[in-house]
Design a protein around this ligand. Structure first.
Ligand SMILES: [Zn+2]
Ligand SMILES: [Zn+2]
Length: 98
């Protein structure tokens, strides 16, 4: 009986790999597989597979990335509000009584 060469988990050489790490391309078994779900509004959720060490580093980076994103969003929001206030104050006032 010839069985085709099955990819093995890098952490468990006796186990069959079920996924490939997105970062280091290591093959991981079901137990080692770590998924990271990224929410996308237009495309739906995309799920990334990672090996445990890469999942840790990716999660940490995502955390920092989200903090930066929140700060950026707040700054943009403040600028938008500022712009809106300036625009509305410059607008000619429509008389309420004809
Ligand atoms: Zn990895
Ligand atoms: Zn494993």
């Amino acid at each position: 009986m010839h069985t085709p060469e099955q990819a093995r988990c890098v952490f468990h050489p006796n186990r069959a790999a079920v996924a490939k790490c997105e970062k280091c391309s290591n093959m991981v078994c079901l137990e080692c597989k770590k998924t990271y779900r990224v929410r996308r509004t237009s495309k739906g959720d995309s799920v990334y597979n990672f090996c445990p060490p890469c999942h840790q580093t990716f999660g940490r980076r995502r955390k920092w990335g989200s903090i930066i994103a929140v700060v950026f969003f707040v700054v943009v929001a403040i600028l938008m509000i500022n712009w809106f206030i300036t625009q509305s104050s410059n607008m000619p006032t429509i008389p309420e009584f004809p």
